[in-house]
Write a protein that binds this ligand. Structure first.
Ligand code: UDP
Length: 349
């Protein structure tokens, strides 16, 4: 429970005073840290569409400027190339802050584990300080990885998880867990108005073809006619949530009433074995790629499926796009990305 005098919305009256949180055009303003990733860029697009001034802060370590192509000339859009882990010197204050700044793909976050920890921890402190100082509401993009390799399924928010502190995934899992704790304690100690979303395996247009996650790997491999890199025996499961659904969930959570400050799972409960995903992708693309079975990485979770009762009840949100439709749209996107660089095998045209 919250201590002291900061409870509820009382302290955040200034947020409702739009002149104190107006952006450069005088409109309401939002900061999206990690806004050049595929989820962040879609958030930027949605808020620009709503008439907000949008500032995107990204160091482009995994985000891509190409995702912001449609926004860069918008008068309400500002891009700041900056590492969220370094001190932020922002002159503007914001009504809303989203923290999506961190690589989410295992090969990317494991490439520089100490930087991943800094991004998670210092990024959380820096953005929470900004929120505390300016009265902004802040949403943390947490992850299903806080449940680690779960012993229960589906995973409810009350499940404390099964996470290794001492392995290749720990930098991300424990970084995101500690970030949740920092968020919890900023609410407890400083009354910061915040939301925490635990995002489960998002995918969709805008993903980097080199991202390294399973959906982008399988689709780009099948399109190129390369072997499909299936880790383990393919029986491990994930629940894949399409971009638009995830972003709808994040926005609904950001604008939900400040009555509770508990984390909320944002994901699609449709659970799919990774081997089945490979079959589906091959069949949709009509690809002749063969399956190449590789060793399952250490600590790779065997099953993952969100219980989204809390999101349904509190936000009236649930995903609308099933895996088959989401894959069709995502394959369409990768097809044009790869066609531009001449990487599509003749059979997969
Ligand atoms: N995976 C795979 N082939 C790949 C990439 C991933 O079989 O080329 C598996 C991985 O071992 C995991 C699942 O697909 O079981 C999801 O991996 P991803 O990296 O997309 O995300 P995670 O949920 O593990 O963070």
């Amino acid at each position: 429970m919250h201590r002291g005098v900061y409870r509820g919305t009382k302290r955040f009256g200034s947020r409702e005073n739009l002149s104190s949180v107006a952006g450069k055009s005088g409109a309401r303003s939002v900061l999206v840290a990690g806004g050049a990733g595929f989820l962040g860029a879609e958030l930027c697009r949605r808020y620009l569409q709503k008439g907000f001034d949008v500032t995107c802060l990204d160091d482009l370590s995994s985000g891509r400027l190409v995702n912001l192509d449609g926004h860069l000339n918008h008068p309400g859009f500002t891009f700041l190339r900056q590492d969220v882990a370094k001190p932020l010197q922002l002159e503007t204050s914001f009504e809303y802050i989203f923290n999506l700044a961190c690589p989410a793909s295992p090969p990317r976050y494991q490439a520089n584990p100490l930087q991943t920890l800094k991004t998670c921890l210092f990024g959380a402190f820096n953005l929470l300080e900004l929120a505390r100082a300016t009265g902004a509401r802040i949403l943390q993009a947490s992850t299903s990885e806080v449940y680690g390799d779960p012993h229960v399924s589906p995973q409810k928010e009350s499940y404390a998880g099964n996470v290794n502190t001492f392995g290749p995934r720990s930098c991300y899992d424990e970084g995101k867990r500690a970030a949740e704790t920092i968020f919890h304690d900023y609410h407890e100690c400083h009354g910061v108005d915040l939301r925490v979303a635990r995002i489960f395996n998002s995918y969709g247009p805008g993903m980097d073809p080199q991202d390294g996650r399973v959906v982008s790997n399988f689709i780009t491999q099948a399109l190129a006619g390369d072997p499909i890199t299936l880790f383990g025996d393919g029986t491990q499961t994930r629940s894949f949530c399409y971009l638009d659904d995830t972003v709808d969930g994040l926005i609904a959570l950001m604008h939900s009433p400040p009555t509770e400050f508990e984390p909320v799972n944002i994901g699609n409960p449709q659970e799919t074995p990774v081997g089945k995903l490979a079959e589906l992708v091959l069949q949709k693309i009509g690809s002749n790629s063969r399956l190449s079975y590789l060793e399952l990485p250490q600590d790779d979770p065997k099953q993952r499926r969100p219980d989204i009762s809390r999101a349904r009840k509190r936000l009236g949100w649930e995903p609308k796009v099933n895996l088959s439709d989401g894959l069709d749209r995502t394959i369409g996107y990768f097809r044009s990305e790869l066609a531009a660089s001449g990487k599509i095998a003749p059979g997969a045209m």
